[in-house]
Design a protein around this ligand. Structure first.
Ligand code: ATP
Ligand code: MG
Length: 447
């Protein structure tokens, strides 16, 4: 009777779901091992709860734990304001201007704490001409915080103290079914933020989840909206994608959905040539492997690889037109970087390393005299050598050259002396150049 009355007064839809016990998944069901939650995240949730606030581990971390994967970081959501969070912890600082978050530090670990917020509907929010939301910085409650998230699998709240998971959008079921499903109306959500299309591709490739049909369907129609996303944001997303440990899968998926134009515009051209394709596949596999082995992967190395065949083509064209190899390589690099900057927005800070890696490539062909030992001493030798191996794998360079360098770098002085090739041409007298930095060192003539 009372239940009926409640139903009438509040209606099913308006009843606060947070009080609906059906949405609480107990430990006995999900069986997340609390020991897998990081020390920092436990301290933050405990600290905030002891101070009288709500606090949960949220987002990707809960999803990853349920999928049996080790989360790469732990985020916490709370009803405390950033100032209140800061007051609870000794080492905490408020960051961000648009939406303020708190970073709480425990030794090496930083836990990002965000106050519950709500999505601002497109009609009340500031949007661009295509409906993309430009500002969405309103505080909200826990339920609203769940609704503003992208996928149901990303909208779970885990309380390590009680072991309970709060689920407002059937995220738990979706995770069990390995289904990535957008919260709300997919078309509306893509319009608000087109980057969600790329997140759909990246997360489904990385997590081995399939895209729910209704979530996938609008993408083909709406992909052009990506053109309006600021370049810096596209770049950040691309970096996440390339460094996800599943880069090749992501790139394949992007291509099959026609989404790569905005992201990796040069891919079409490169992947058309068999050698270029092999090179990119190897480079992406190589990065994926490094990430899975917990080894560092440098974005600059990856960009250098992605653009290499463009550089090669341009370099070749210039040499055939009669330019000398070294100046031609310099000009080819500049031309390719300039073209890519317009489309892809690779920030200039990566240029130096990319150029160093490229400029050292012709020098691996010189295997006589003192030049090989000098090359070993270059600061960028290691990256350039890894790059050379990729070129060998794609059969652009003879395997024997890569093998030679593999042996030479670790060989004894005697063995090195044996390995050096005889001088083919009489050594020309060279004027010494002033060496100021690695880039100019790499520019030494490759006679
Ligand atoms: P990853 O494992 O790559 O970090 P993630 O899901 O944790 O994946 P983050 O970018 O760290 O991704 O975002 C944290 C959480 O914020 C997400 O789980 C999701 O709930 C929410 N989120 C991130 N980006 C968006 C977006 N564009 N729209 C809505 N919610 C988002
Ligand atoms: Mg995350």
């Amino acid at each position: 009777m009372i239940k009926k009355l409640f139903g009438k007064v509040f209606g099913r839809k308006s009843r606060p779901l947070s009080r609906n016990r059906e949405n609480v998944i107990p430990f006995a069901v999900h069986k997340i091992n609390r020991d897998l939650v990081s020390h920092g995240a436990l301290r933050v949730t405990e600290g905030l709860q002891a101070a009288g606030f709500k606090a949960f581990v949220v987002g990707g971390a809960v999803r990853d734990l349920l999928l049996g994967r080790q989360p790469k970081d732990f985020d916490v959501a709370t009803d405390a304001t950033p100032e209140e969070v800061k007051r609870v912890f000794r080492r905490a600082r408020i960051i961000g201007r648009r939406f303020r978050l708190v970073h709480v530090m425990f030794g090496e670990e930083t836990v990002e704490v965000s106050t519950f917020r709500r999505a601002v509907e497109a009609d009340e929010a500031e949007t661009d001409a295509h409906g993309r939301i430009l500002r969405d910085n309103e505080f909200g409650d826990q339920e609203q915080d769940a609704a503003r998230r992208d996928f149901t699998a990303n909208a779970l709240f885990y309380d390590p103290a009680t072991g309970e998971i709060f689920d407002y959008h059937h995220g738990y079921e979706d995770i069990c079914a390995k289904s990535l499903r957008m919260i709300g109306e997919p078309e509306v959500r893509y319009r608000e933020d087109p980057v969600r299309m790329l997140r759909a591709v990246r997360l489904s490739a990385k997590l081995g989840m399939h895209l729910d049909a209704a979530t996938a369907e609008p993408i083909a129609r709406m992909k052009n909206l990506l053109a309006n996303v600021p370049q810096a944001r596209m770049f950040d997303e691309m970096l996440k994608l390339l460094l996800s440990g599943h880069a090749w899968e992501c790139v394949k998926k992007l291509r099959s959905m026609g989404l790569h134009h905005g992201m990796l515009p040069m891919l079409d051209v490169i992947l058309e040539q068999p050698q270029g394709e092999r090179f990119i596949i190897n480079a992406l596999h190589n990065t994926d492997q490094r990430i899975r082995d917990d080894k560092p992967a440098s974005p600059a190395f990856l960009f250098a690889a992605l653009l290499w065949h463009e550089v090669l083509a341009d370099w070749d064209k210039r040499q055939r037109a009669g330019e000398k190899p070294v100046p031609a390589l310099h000009e080819a690099m500049e031309a390719v970087l300039e073209r890519q900057r317009e489309q892809l927005a690779i920030p200039r800070r990566y240029d130096t390393i990319m150029k160093e890696i490229w400029l050292l490539q012709p020098r691996f062909e010189q295997r006589s005299g003192s030049r090989p030992v000098r090359l070993l001493g270059m600061p960028r030798f290691r990256a350039a050598y890894d790059f050379l191996l990729l070129r060998c794998e794609s059969q652009e360079v003879a395997k024997e050259v890569g093998d030679w360098w593999t042996e030479f770098q670790d060989a004894s002085d005697e063995r090195r002396a044996e390995m050096l090739m005889p001088e083919t041409e009489p050594r020309q007298k060279r004027r010494r150049r002033k060496k100021s930095n690695a880039a100019t060192q790499a520019e030494l003539p490759i006679d």
